[in-house]
Write a protein that binds this ligand. Structure first.
Ligand code: PEP
Ligand code: MN
Length: 337
């Protein structure tokens, strides 16, 4: 439930209400909005007498949060969340441009791509060191060596780093090198992993599962927030449908839907969303027009020889041209690159 405290409530008054709620066995989360303290008190579903709570000192109103995802909802936190990473304020009027190879393959590859995407205007470099591959015989990533290379390449060109963590035991390792922890589509409902990243201070890029509804996706974000980490960036990356001409079906509906339901930033991955190089730019442009807070795009200087996802990787020149177009669209909708 959502408890709104009276304007100007003192910190001791806030603490008193919070501790009474905790004594009832409820978890209490706080946000401040419009000069008012808002408390989300979350329990196990045991009915609580809302009318009694309304009489407590300092309490202005009490209401149920009408959705299953509580901390993620706009009811709890009405303003857009902005997550600062490096030079980037994700969820602000500035679009977050993340780009880089699907997999980190080596020093020369990573540096070449980092230089190109930084020159084009990206502020975050992507690159997988632990790769979730359909086949056990495909390239599985360079592991820690890949993270080291990615960090060095990104640092050389002033970029932040996002990289996937596939397992609870890898969280500390990936957190040592990356600025943003990516949870892949296949792990969206790996609840142990959601909790583990929820215990870190790092922003989490939470990709939508291959067959996840928007509500399931937001519930996965709720798992992370419930553990104390509210710095979650949602990423729509396409869902599995009956369509076979594209790798996935990029659900751009999800952008305005999520924007209404949640305060969390939402970015779009048109690379995995389409799986086809020449479909990436049109869907990237559409995503920004639809209100996405940023884009994560695979770029490779030699995609024919990429160890993963070459067919959907843009050439550096294509990426630069796309960023120019994104800049134009951003201007029209009151945003910027
Ligand atoms: C990736 O970003 O390279 C990746 C594997 O993405 P997803 O989890 O969306 O398939
Ligand atoms: Mn990929």
């Amino acid at each position: 439930m959502l408890i709104l405290l009276k304007p100007g409530s003192s910190e001791p008054a806030v603490a008193a209400v919070s501790s009474r709620l905790r004594m009832m066995g409820l978890a209490v989360h706080r946000t401040d909005h419009d000069g008012r303290v808002r408390l989300a008190a979350i329990g196990d579903g045991t009915p609580v007498d809302l009318d009694a709570l309304k009489t407590w000192y300092g309490v202005e109103s009490v209401q149920r949060i009408p959705v299953p995802f509580k901390l993620v909802s706009r009811s709890f936190h009405p303003a857009d969340s902005v997550i600062s990473v490096g030079r980037c304020a994700i969820g602000s009027d500035q679009l977050a441009l993340m780009a880089g190879p699907c997999s980190v393959e080596g020093e020369e590859q990573a540096f070449q791509i980092a230089e190109a995407v930084a020159a084009a205007g990206a502020t975050v470099m992507r690159g997988g060191a632990f790769k979730p591959r359909t086949s056990p015989y495909s390239f599985q990533g360079l592991g820690e060596e890949g993270l080291k290379i990615l960090r060095r390449a990104a640092d050389a060109f002033g970029l932040a780093v996002v990289s996937e963590v596939m397992d609870t035991q890898q969280v500390a390792l990936v957190a040592r090198y990356a600025d943003i922890l990516q949870l892949g589509a296949r792990n969206m409902q790996n609840f142990a992993l959601l909790h583990e990243v929820g215990h870190t201070e790092k922003p989490v890029l939470l990709k939508r599962g291959l067959a996840a509804t928007i509500e399931e996706w937001l519930m996965s974000a709720e798992h992370i927030l419930s553990q104390g980490n509210s710095r979650v960036i949602l990423c729509e990356r396409g869902i599995r449908t009956f369509e076979t001409y594209t790798r996935n079906t990029l659900d751009l509906n999800a952008i305005p839907v999520v924007k209404e339901l949640s305060h969390l930033p939402v970015i779009v991955d048109p690379s995995h969303g389409t799986g086809i190089r020449d479909k990436v730019a049109p869907m990237a442009r559409a995503a920004v027009a639809a209100g996405a807070d940023g884009l994560i795009i695979e770029v490779h200087h030699d995609p024919d020889h990429a160890l993963s996802d070459g067919a959907q990787s843009l050439y550096p020149d294509q990426y630069r041209e796309l960023v120019g177009q994104i800049r134009t669209i951003a201007n029209v909708i009151g945003r910027r690159v």
